[in-house]
Ligand binder design. Structure first.
Ligand code: NDP
Length: 479
């Protein structure tokens, strides 16, 4: 008989968060009511509790936000010396650290992700991005983009719901460091941490108009993309919306970077340290409920170790704790929305219909909220939809290979090219694989590791442009 560990509940208190019942738009340094008075509700996906009513920005509000950003760019932020801009970014990073517990709880409430991830990953990495780019603000002449690179002007930035605060940081930090001003459009289901940033901008006395936040649905994003006075659009989200944005911007001066979907291969060779690899597999696909563009959603296992890897993986998945995202012991939280849950369910059903074998550990899901048990598909072939399409949920498709060349052929057999993982003891094989994998990021003997100094971005339908590090400056400078 195996021992079963019992965990007492360890809930993080939500008292630290001061939720308002209504949130306005953040334009020109103030929270303002939307011009047409429209609002939408944001809910806690773990309980379906309505958290707040949030303003819906229309064309008039987007016009106001862009005008405020333009004024701030030409009059204050653009002419300001880099050393002064850096002070604001350092201040912002420090306040993120000071208010980290509050931000982590807020993010978990609005998104459904486990508190240990928002506390240990999202918030510290967001602060690290501002720290890192603060350091660049006065060194742009030495960054390799000519002696006097100039900001583009006003950046429109549209972010998804999977890492709301972190994606805001990825977008804002390089834009602000390079002297651009911003209009940020958070995702409809997760606007609260971006709005908390509005509070923080007031706290640090960021000049009005430097960052504006327009909440709303896809139409708000469309209005921002189509705005004639925006110089740059930075988008993270689905490939289909990325393509629409590209069509809208065709023939215009507006610069564009796109960070879109992925279907990453996580490749396990027979000489890999299998226990570590299993941890990497779990982190690769079950981190953040699999709502990760670079998730290792296709597991490629060398045939000779398949049985051993599956045994270890099943045993490990049996220990995952699914449930209350505010509990510090929770490994897998809630699915972000009913829409995303139905997308995952539809793709998983297709896997069963197309003949793959579905396996799930025994786990009890809460009665309320949006939940999906960790799922592994065995016997997946490359033609199955679950091997081709981004599921964006806690679902792993397992395929096999015999030779390194076959692993490369299968790994690259995707329209995407965002990330990949390789597990082996041989350094030469890691280098050979990294050279042949068509993926923007290749992790070796680890997965889903992020660092503000490291560039991140895709090939093919995963988008173009790089975020992070020195490379991330290029998207916001005339070079
Ligand atoms: P979207 O691409 O629709 O959303 C991303 C952001 O774009 C959101 O802020 C969204 O607003 C906004 N948006 C939506 N339509 C438009 C438009 N026409 N013009 C400008 N902005 C727009 O992703 P979804 O949330 O619908 O998720 C769908 C699928 O996309 C997921 O199942 C997943 O596969 C993939 N996805 C990939 C992500 C990644 O990081 N690669 C991130 C998120 C999703 P709003 O939220 O209000 O709709």
């Amino acid at each position: 008989m195996t021992d079963v560990w019992q965990y007492a509940p360890a809930p993080e208190s939500r008292d630290i968060v001061n939720l308002r019942s209504e949130y306005g738009l953040f334009i020109d340094g103030e929270f303002v009511a939307p011009s047409a008075g429209g609002t939408f509700k944001t809910v806690d996906p773990a309980t379906e509790e309505v958290l707040a009513a949030v303003a819906e920005a229309d064309q008039t509000d987007v016009d106001l936000a862009v005008a405020a950003a333009r004024r701030a760019q030409t009059e204050i932020w653009g002419p300001m010396p880099g050393t002064e801009r850096a002070k604001y970014l350092y201040r912002l990073a420090r306040v993120l650290q000071e208010r980290s517990r509050e931000l982590a709880v807020l993010e978990t409430l609005d998104n459904g992700k486990p508190i240990k991830e928002s506390r240990d990953v999202d918030v510290p990495l967001a602060a690290a991005h501002f720290f890192s780019y603060a350091g660049w603000a006065d060194k742009l002449s030495y960054a390799g983009f000519g002696s006097a690179p100039q900001p583009l002007g006003v950046a429109g930035q549209i972010i998804p719901w999977n890492f709301p605060l972190l994606m805001a940081a990825w977008k804002l930090a390089p834009a602000l460091a390079t002297g651009n001003t911003c209009v940020l459009k958070p995702a409809e289901t997760t606007p609260l941490s971006a709005l908390a940033l509005g509070d923080i901008f007031q706290q640090i006395d960021l000049p009005p108009g430097v960052v504006n936040i327009v909440t709303g649905a896809g139409e708000t994003g469309q209005a921002l993309v189509a705005h004639p006075d925006v110089d740059k659009i930075a988008f993270t989200g689905s490939t289909s919306v990325g393509k629409q944005i590209q069509r809208t911007l065709a023939g215009r001066h507006t610069r564009l970077t796109l960070e879109l979907g992925g279907k990453a291969a996580n490749v396990i060779f027979d000489d890999a340290p299998l226990d570590q690899a299993v941890e990497g597999i779990v982190n690769g696909i079950f981190f953040n409920q699999g709502h990760v563009c670079c998730a290792g959603s296709r597991l490629l296992v060398q045939e000779s170790v398949l049985d051993s890897v599956l045994d270890k993986l099943k045993r490990r998945l049996g220990t995952l704790r699914v449930g209350d995202p505010l509990d510090k012991n929770t490994d897998l939280g809630a699915i972000n929305s009913a829409e995303q849950l139905s997308r995952i369910t539809e793709l998983v059903d297709s896997g069963v219909q197309e003949g793959a074998e579905r396996w799930q550990p025994a786990c009890t899901l809460p009665d309320r909220g949006y939940w999906f048990a960790p799922t592994v598909f065995i016997g997946v072939s490359q033609s199955h939809r679950i091997a081709r399409e981004e599921i964006f949920g806690p679902v792993l498709s397992v395929l096999t290979f015999r030779t390194p060349q076959e692993a490369i052929t299968k790994a690259n057999n995707t329209p995407y090219g965002l990330s990949a993982g390789v597990w082996t003891e041989k350094g030469s094989r890691i280098l050979w694989m990294a050279q042949h994998l068509r993926a923007g990021v290749v992790w070796a003997n680890t997965f889903n590791r992020f660092d503000p100094t490291s560039p991140f971005g895709g090939y093919k339908e995963s988008g173009f442009g790089r975020e992070g590090g020195r490379h991330g400056l290029a998207g916001y400078l005339t070079v």
